[in-house]
Design a protein around this ligand. Structure first.
Ligand SMILES: [Zn+2]
Length: 87
């Protein structure tokens, strides 16, 4: 598998360690790294950008769909900036 030279930003859902919400993160690839930014609070982390990263995002998307069965609130995560929290 060959890395795309100009990879596009990828939106993916995850729990943010910055604000504690389940929200969208936007991964902006720059070479072998990507800046992953919380669309709710702006928290940033650097992640390694590699050929398998999309498979990882797809896997976590599957996890989120499974979680939706238990936590229907997660379905409210539709676009960047949306956030959901469970306490
Ligand atoms: Zn956040």
């Amino acid at each position: 598998m060959i890395l795309e030279k100009k990879a596009k930003p990828v939106l993916h859902r995850q729990k943010c360690p910055g604000c504690g919400y389940y929200t969208f993160y936007r991964a902006e690839p720059t070479g072998e790294k990507a800046t992953d930014t919380c669309t709710a609070c702006g928290h940033q982390v650097e992640i390694a950008w590699h050929a398998d990263i999309k498979a990882i995002f797809n896997n976590s998307e599957k996890l989120f769909r499974d979680l939706e069965a238990v936590c229907p609130e997660l379905k409210e995560l539709q676009k960047p900036g949306d956030r959901v929290r469970f306490d």
